[in-house]
Design a protein around this ligand. Structure first.
Ligand code: PMP
Length: 386
């Protein structure tokens, strides 16, 4: 018979309890299932029931395709966390931040320039910015790699869009923009700027900031993201993009996002953040204590900073481990880990050397436990062989 649950790739059997000792630890994708236990604890209060007749229209009472209630709740969320200024700012929704990032690239490109805007992001960077540019192949923008190599063009007036990922995917650092100038536009991808992953060092106040439900509540499958935008013209262009691209975000998704955020913000609105940051802290400490015993592998090191949400100095607890293979001969770190039955994501996917591999720490508890088991074995073999 079919199992009643969907087994992790390392388990089988009708109740997924049989451990497959030879399986491969999956630390590849950024599926944020580490938050699942929070939502099983709040199953009833976070549930949504939608009657058949509800919200059938393209619009909210002939007033656009953004739920004003949800917009208000998002402003409240940012005020509670203190991670972004939203007063006197516009907010736009997208199908995940994936669609919002695309809308931003279109909105920030020049209307009638003979040459496309250069899109840049510092290495190691999240691959999507480049993939979207290459796939959509627009006359408006072109991916140009690292800001350092494009800097001279910017200085001579070329239109530039810099994507700044803060905290960064893959290495968790709070990146800052590298380029400035009259024709430079900056998009801050703030997908991970939540107490789960980083000290909240200041209320972010950039011109265009992108957020997502995916890494906040863990509901990557609902496909809900938003941007906080200073400039009205940019906001209007992004709105037109969303209209032409998809007529806005599914009303069902907006309702689900509303219910989830409402549940998360109940009471003092800290419970989700406490759960998420404690989980990530425990995972990071476990992982770093193993890697600290190794000379063959090393991890990114980020100095602690003062967190305005927790009112104390805090360590980072990043969503991903950015592992470096230190031995001269281990040029392909992905292959080294594959031999040890660990699947990560190779450095070249982030414009970096293959001496680096990203390991996801935000997956389910089973995935994380198996990863730790495999890493423990790998590092103890290294030390035993000395
Ligand atoms: N930005 C960053 C930095 C990400 O890591 C991700 C997802 N891994 C996204 C954007 C896109 O996420 P989504 O479309 O689910 O909002």
């Amino acid at each position: 018979t079919e199992p009643v649950c969907e087994c992790n790739s390392c388990y089988s059997g009708p109740d997924c309890s049989h451990f497959l000792t030879d399986c491969i630890a999956d630390a590849n994708g950024g599926d944020p299932l580490f938050l699942e236990p929070f939502w099983t604890q709040h199953a009833a209060s976070s549930a949504v029931v939608v009657a058949g007749w509800h919200r059938m229209s393209y619009s909210y009472n002939n007033n656009g395709f953004i739920s004003k209630e949800l917009e208000r709740l998002i402003r409240k969320l940012h005020a509670v966390v203190g991670n972004a200024v939203t007063q006197n700012r516009y907010i736009i929704f997208g199908a995940g931040s994936t669609q919002v990032i695309n809308a931003a690239a279109y909105a920030l490109s020049p209307d009638n320039s003979s040459s496309p805007a250069g899109i840049v992001a510092s290495v190691p960077y999240y691959a999507l910015y480049q993939q979207q540019e290459e796939y959509f192949n627009s006359a408006k923008f072109k991916f140009q790699g690292d800001p350092y190599t494009w800097r001279n063009k910017t200085d001579s007036g070329a239109y530039t869009i810099e994507f700044v990922t803060a905290p960064n995917n893959p290495d968790g650092r709070l990146n800052k923009a590298l380029l400035q100038g009259p024709n430079v536009k900056t998009v801050y991808d703030r997908a991970y700027y939540w107490p789960h992953f980083t000290p909240i060092t200041a209320q972010a106040d950039e011109d265009l900031m992108v957020f997502t439900l995916s890494k906040l509540t863990g509901h990557a499958g609902s496909r809900f993201g938003w941007a906080v935008v200073k400039d009205e013209t940019v906001f209007n262009k992004m709105t037109i993009h969303m209209q032409i691209n998809s007529m806005g975000v599914s009303r069902d998704t907006q309702l689900r996002a509303f219910k989830l955020l409402k549940t998360a913000l109940k009471g003092e609105g800290r419970e989700l953040f406490d759960f998420a940051s404690q989980t990530m802290k425990a995972r990071w400490e476990k992982l770093s204590s193993i890697i600290s015993l190794s000379k063959r592998f090393s991890l990114q090191k980020i100095n602690p900073e003062y967190c305005i949400f927790y009112s104390k100095v805090r360590e980072f607890s990043p969503a991903y481990a950015w592992v470096k293979c230190e031995r001269e001969e281990d040029k392909d770190c992905y292959a080294v880990l594959q031999v040890a039955k660990i699947t990560g994501r190779a450095g070249n996917a982030f414009g970096a050397e293959d001496r680096y591999v990203r390991l996801s720490l935000i997956r389910s508890q089973d995935d994380f436990d198996i990863l730790i088991q495999r890493l423990n074995k790998l590092v103890s073999e290294e030390n035993g062989a000395k």
